[in-house]
Design a protein around this ligand. Structure first.
Ligand SMILES: Nc1ncnc2c1ncn2[C@@H]1O[C@H](COP(=O)(O)OP(=O)(O)OP(=O)(O)O)[C@@H](O)[C@H]1O
Length: 718
């Protein structure tokens, strides 16, 4: 088995050093060139006094709450990222690239401008950039004197990036975009300020990819291209900043800086495999050496690729760091996230999942109390299970719940009790209470086996005021799902395979579409007795991972807009073990809906027509009937979706065709695998028949011998 971390691959080729640090106030670079006249005209003369040998004369520019989250050097380039953890985003990205004679580009938002004495630059859009002195006049584009980049080329740009979807509720109104200067800025043979230089282009695509979440903010960007000398100085400055001690009371933010960095790298779907140690198998002496029918032994090697593989020595803390921690800050940035555990009974799903919500809640509360303090955020906790196609509130005496969709096809659980939580102790108690209420049974592999899918929901909401009316506004949700054993369907008191699993899919449907993150913890047992189940689990999650990878590798066939907006929706059937091949198509309608996500209290939702789901063959493949030893509660009655109307506002896209073909591929693989198993079974059957036949023949022979013996005895007269 190969465990391969894909997320580390972004740093590109070459030696890479990464320094993570946080500063609250950072010295920063500005211009030291002889062409500082432009700075003077722009009112930035105070930024002129740099010397190339260091930062000593650099005036300290203040970046409130600004975090330097990453400085990395990947020869021959250098890149750094600053992000403000406050809701008013400040970006500061840069790249130094020797290959382009030192091209540095910086993007910074209005906060920076305001605090760096650049307030007047905020008026760009309102007056058509007229307040900015012409760069051309100051020979900033190299000019015809052969100076080129080395002679102090300057490019500045103010652009509007991204779009502002649902995020507008949490982002201060940004400075309106500035149109690029249209005329008089290009001299012969020199780059126009309205086009990126190669270095900037590279940065542009690279860093946008790194920071998909931030595309949502409307940001004013100011680009500078500096000469090599200045670039080197900036490099040294950045390293100084990276090494600068954090301010004393800044520990909390410091840790969030690391979170921020992780956020940038969180894959849309992350697959982690955790192997549990041997436990009761050792006592039972499970190990048994066997020979194949043809008496030869062999070892078949399987190769899988995952984001991380955690062995039995790995602690729950490390599991948290590897899986959920990076996605916690994301939910403040209008994303949905889901973490679920998958694997056969007794493989450790509950063991893995139990500590994660507690740790995540702790981090969310920390963020609310520090980074997002006084911003009206609340954390709401709820816990329910899906058993036999029905939903039960685990914190409300197993009250039966209803699932509904609102007008935007957003799923809501009607009647679900939400608890406002403000400390970890309270959360711990709620988790314990919920777990104690969960449906459990005993299986051969696990005395306390979960028989249901348990869904723990952390919702971060914030109240906003419109015309003095307080409106509850849903930010996003983080789900923790402890699935029942994969070797049988837990959602399966209903043996109708066409509806099996559908409830889970319905409930989680929103979590996988649009801008979401999913972490799948695949649990496996080390026991040889579990080999087949382990292989099934690994094959399955490998497939999930390759499917998500397939989405990005098939860029050509996918709509580029879809990629840009990070709106690729994984087919739920490919993510969820009890999957279905859904009819739902990924459209912009989903994306908009995801970004908007205006929230009504669940009680306010009008019961709407639910959506029909076509359940595909995969559900069968991964959802065999329940085992008979289940002794848990069996609620009566089922809710089926067979007769429900289809949504009308969903249309097909190229991406869906592509995903459909991937799904089809998956189905083919499953069929091929099934065929293989059938073939093997047939061979075994044949062997068995031969043995039985031989046995019968042997018996017959015995009979003959006995008869002959009797005849002989009789004839001999003894
Ligand atoms: N990493 C681990 N380290 C130590 N013990 C573990 C680990 N993982 C699981 N176990 C133990 O293995 C047993 C089974 O684990 P658990 O109940 O989490 O399995 P499960 O996959 O949730 O099973 P089911 O699907 O039947 O509910 C438990 O006794 C648990 O304490």
């Amino acid at each position: 088995m190969n465990g391969m971390g894909r997320q580390g691959q972004r740093s590109g080729a070459g030696t890479t050093t990464t320094v993570h640090h946080h500063i609250q106030y950072s010295d920063n670079f500005v211009d030291t060139s002889s062409s500082g006249r432009w700075l003077q005209s722009a009112g930035l003369q105070h930024l002129q006094n740099f010397s190339s040998d260091g930062a000593s004369s650099i005036p300290p520019l203040r970046f409130p709450d600004l975090s330097l989250i990453s400085v990395s050097v990947s020869f021959p380039s250098f890149r750094f990222i600053f992000i403000s953890p406050t809701s008013s985003f400040v970006w500061f990205l840069g790249k130094f690239d020797l290959a382009y004679l030192g091209t540095i580009s910086c993007l910074f938002g209005r906060e920076y401008k305001a605090t760096a004495g650049l307030q007047h630059l905020q008026n760009f859009s309102s007056n058509g950039a007229s307040s900015i002195p012409s760069l051309q006049d100051y020979n900033f584009y190299g000019g015809g004197d052969g100076g080129g980049l080395g002679q102090g080329m300057r490019v500045y740009r103010n652009a509007q990036r991204g779009f502002n979807g649902g995020a507008e509720l949490y982002t201060e109104p940004s400075t309106p975009p500035v149109s690029s200067r249209q005329t008089g800025q290009r001299k012969s043979g020199v780059e126009s300020p309205t086009e990126f230089s190669p270095g900037i282009l590279e940065l542009h695509s690279f860093d946008t990819e790194l920071l998909p979440e931030f595309q949502k903010c409307t940001i004013d960007l100011l680009f500078f291209n500096l000469v090599e000398q200045e670039s080197l100085m900036l490099l040294s400055l950045m390293f100084q900043a990276a090494r600068a001690p954090a301010i004393p009371d800044d520990n909390v933010l410091k840790s969030f800086a690391a979170d921020k960095e992780k956020t940038s790298y969180v894959a849309k779907i992350k697959v982690v495999v955790r192997k549990r140690p041997m436990n009761k198998e050792l006592a039972k002496k499970f190990h048994e050496t066997k020979l194949k029918v043809d008496l030869t032994g062999y070892i078949e090697k399987h190769e899988f690729v995952f984001d991380a593989v955690l062995n039995e020595e790995v602690s729950n803390d490390e599991v948290y760091h590897e899986t959920v921690e990076p996605i916690v800050p994301i939910i403040f940035q209008c994303l949905k996230a889901t973490c679920f555990a998958y694997g056969q009974t007794g493989s450790g799903k509950t063991y893995n999942m139990k500590p994660l919500p507690l740790r995540a809640s702790g981090d969310i509360l920390r963020l609310m109390q520090h980074t997002y303090r006084n911003q009206g955020f609340q954390l709401l906790f709820s816990f329910f299970e899906i058993y036999g196609g029905k939903l039960y509130d685990l914190l409300s005496d197993r009250k039966k719940l209803c699932m509904r969709e609102d007008g935007k096809q957003q799923v809501c659980i009607v009647g679900l009790q939400e608890y406002r939580v403000s400390d970890v102790k309270m959360i711990e108690e709620l988790i314990e209470r919920g777990n104690a209420t969960r449906s459990t049974g005993t299986t051969g592999a696990n005395e306390e086996s979960s028989r249901s899918h348990a869904i723990l929901q952390l919702a971060v909401k914030r109240t906003i005021e419109v015309n003095e009316t307080k409106l509850p506004c849903l930010v996003k949700k983080l789900y923790f799902i402890d699935l029942a054993g994969s070797e049988r369907g837990a959602d399966t008191t209903d043996n109708d395979k066409h509806t099996r699993g559908s409830k889970l899919i319905e409930v989680l449907r929103d979590s996988f579409v649009g801008n979401s993150r999913t972490v799948m913890i695949s649990c496996i047992s080390p026991s040889s007795g579990s080999c087949e189940h382990t292989l099934n689990t690994l094959r399955y999650v490998d497939r999930v991972k390759s499917l998500s990878k397939g989405n990005t590798s098939k860029k050509d066939t996918l709509s580029s807009t879809l990629n840009m907006k990070e709106s690729i929706a994984m087919p739920l059937s490919s993510i969820l073990p009890a999957g279905s091949s859904l009819d739902d198509d990924v459209t912009d309608a989903w994306v908009e809906q995801d970004e908007g996500d205006d929230f009504k209290d669940v009680e306010d939702y009008e019961p709407e027509k639910p959506v029909r789901r076509e359940i595909g063959k995969l559900a069968e493949a991964y959802n065999p009937p329940p085992i008979s030893e289940d002794k848990s509660r069996k609620p009566n009655g089922q809710t089926k979706f067979n007769n429900l109307p289809k949504p009308t506002n969903i249309k097909k896209s190229e991406a869906d065709d592509d995903l459909s073909s991937l799904l089809k591929e998956e189905e083919d693989l499953v069929s091929a695998h099934r065929k293989q198993v059938e073939d093997t079974m047939n061979i075994v059957k044949e062997e068995m028949n031969l043995l039985v036949e031989a046995d019968q023949q042997g018996n017959q022979l015995d009979d003959y011998i006995t008869r002959d013996h009797n005849v002989l005895v009789a004839s001999s007269g003894y």
